[in-house]
Design a protein around this ligand. Structure first.
Ligand code: NBP
Length: 475
């Protein structure tokens, strides 16, 4: 038997399914996992699906693969990635390519790239989206590294990726940490998308009294229009699910504390560093934090008053909530893409935003009809500053903005928190504002801190002696 063409290190859910996907496409795969029983279990369960070579040690894994060796790491992000690289290093040879397919922090990827290249090895930081099912059936893959290293693994990555209209959902992203950065912002957008869906559900549930099964039908209908997407589709499925034990909708017996693994938080932290207002993503992260304060919320619910209820008929608000969701979603994506453009500029990555929209159309969690429109918007105007300004989205926002306002006002009136809807609307109104109140902010900063200000009628920096004679000095 010949040597394997590819190695997979780490056989938890993602590694297993990617290994099976690669083998199903005809590439012989060598396998290794720190805990050997996982490898044995894999071979028993799936060994017949393809040409697999199980390895009992990192040395055996390396020996089983044809040089130059592409080895995919699918281990927990953080220290385990460094541990895995450390175990492989003594056995690797110049030219071998280690691909980190986990959700690694992009700064770690930049460091690992430097360390590996200093040893004559090549490193690809690849974001992989699509969860368990995507890994097996076709994920969206976002590889960052050198172009020549990518060219060597491209045939395998493109083959196993999801395909939309004959185009693989995998493309070269940029140098070093670019792939993991893009995956991080993808996840940030996913947080915002999910939060907006949760707010739509909450508002409809409490304002109209519709039951989960009825709301499942609402989302199913929404999935036939502009909102068509994987997340809307599975929302309808989650809402329709009845708990076998209690007979109640499953969503009603799930504890209302949202967990997170960190990519949304990283995305917000990076946006703050870059000075990009990704309010929708940050509100989504904060909303998860607030949800996790369950005990406090239960206590506060008995003390802090809210408004006096009030119901609306579904006929009056279902379409309005759909429009508010669509408009807010446009803002969330516009903010995410603005962050990607800013990071690209800062890091010198030369990200192609249209390509990102293209490879997110399939395989990944935020896959949606909408991404075709984002791809088209960048194709029509590669210099587009903000997606809100693309003609297609201007039309959508114009159509939805009135309902959006009514929904935000209704949420306030009924005391239903909609931080993502409301902040997206505030961003929209702030962005389309020719003159903002920042003039007063500058005046205040100059008053208490002599920080200076610029004028609209003359060039230069100025300071006013506010507390003295009120005279102006040019700085
Ligand atoms: P996990 O993130 O749960 O990691 C488990 C794997 O890491 C096991 O193979 C485990 O080996 C290995 N590992 C650990 Br933990 N510490 C190690 C160490 N010090 N040295 C070597 N191996 C070590 O697996 P996953 O859910 O399959 O995810 C893999 C990566 O893909 C993660 O970065 C994750 O964030 C990312 N990702 C996950 C999803 C998803 O839907 N789950 C989607 C997209 C991306 P062991 O068996 O010996 O403990």
């Amino acid at each position: 038997m010949g040597k394997a063409k590819f190695g997979v290190f780490g056989l938890a859910v993602m590694g297993q399914n990617l290994a099976r996907n690669i083998a199903r496409h005809g590439f012989p795969v060598a396998l290794y996992n720190r805990t050997g029983s996982r490898t044995e279990h894999f071979v028993q369960e799936f060994g017949k699906e393809g040409d697999f070579t199980p390895a009992g040690s990192p040395a055996d894994l390396v020996a089983a693969i044809e040089h130059p060796r592409p080895i995919l790491l699918m281990v927990k992000a953080g220290a385990p990635v460094d541990d895995a690289i450390g175990e492989l290093l003594p056995h690797l040879e110049a030219g071998d390519i280690v691909i980190d397919g986990g959700n690694s922090f992009f700064r770690d990827t930049q460091r690992r790239t430097r360390e590996m290249e200093a040893k004559g090895l090549r490193f690809i930081g690849a974001g992989v989206s699509g969860g368990e099912e995507g890994a097996l059936e076709g994920p969206s893959i976002m590889p960052g590294g050198t172009r020549e290293a990518y060219a060597e693994v491209e045939p395998i990555l493109s083959a196993i990726a999801a395909q939309v209209d004959g185009t693989p959902c995998c493309a070269y992203i940029g140098p070093d940490g670019a792939g993991h950065y893009v995956k991080m912002v993808h996840n940030g957008i996913e947080y915002a998308d999910i939060q907006l869906i949760a707010e739509s559900y909450d508002l409809l549930r409490h304002a109209t009294g519709l039951e989960s099964g009825e709301l499942a039908d609402v989302f199913r209908t929404w999935n036939e229009g502009d909102l068509e997407s994987y997340l809307i589709e599975i929302t309808s499925q989650v809402l329709a699910k009845v708990d076998a034990g209690s007979g109640r909708p499953l969503v009603d017996v799930i504890l209302d504390e949202a967990a997170q693994k960190g990519t949304g938080k990283w995305s917000s932290q990076s946006a703050l560093d870059l000075g990009v207002p990704t309010t929708s993503i940050s509100e989504a992260v904060f909303a998860r934090f607030l949800s996790a304060e369950k005990e406090q919320r239960v206590a506060a619910s008995r003390v802090l008053p809210g408004p006096n209820g009030g119901r609306r008929s579904p006929e009056t608000i279902v379409d309005a909530v759909r429009d508010a969701l669509y408009a807010s979603k446009i803002v969330a994506y516009a903010q995410g893409f603005e962050q990607l453009a800013a990071a690209s500029q800062e890091e010198g990555w030369e990200l192609d935003l249209g390509t990102l929209a293209t490879i997110w159309r399939g395989g990944c969690i935020i896959r949606a009809r909408f991404l075709n429109r984002i791809r088209d918007a960048y194709a029509e105007d590669p210099e587009l500053q903000n997606l809100l300004l693309a003609p297609y989205f201007v039309e959508g926002l114009s159509r939805c903005q009135q309902a959006w306002r009514e929904v935000a006002a209704l949420a306030v009136e009924l005391g239903i928190p909609t931080p993502a809807f409301s902040s997206a609307l505030a961003y929209y109104d702030g962005y389309r504002r020719e003159r903002s109140p920042a003039a007063l902010i500058q005046g205040l900063r100059d008053f208490f801190g002599a920080h200076g200000y610029r004028r609209i009628d003359r060039p230069g920096d100025f300071h006013t002696r506010w507390a003295q004679d009120g005279s102006e000095v040019q700085l």
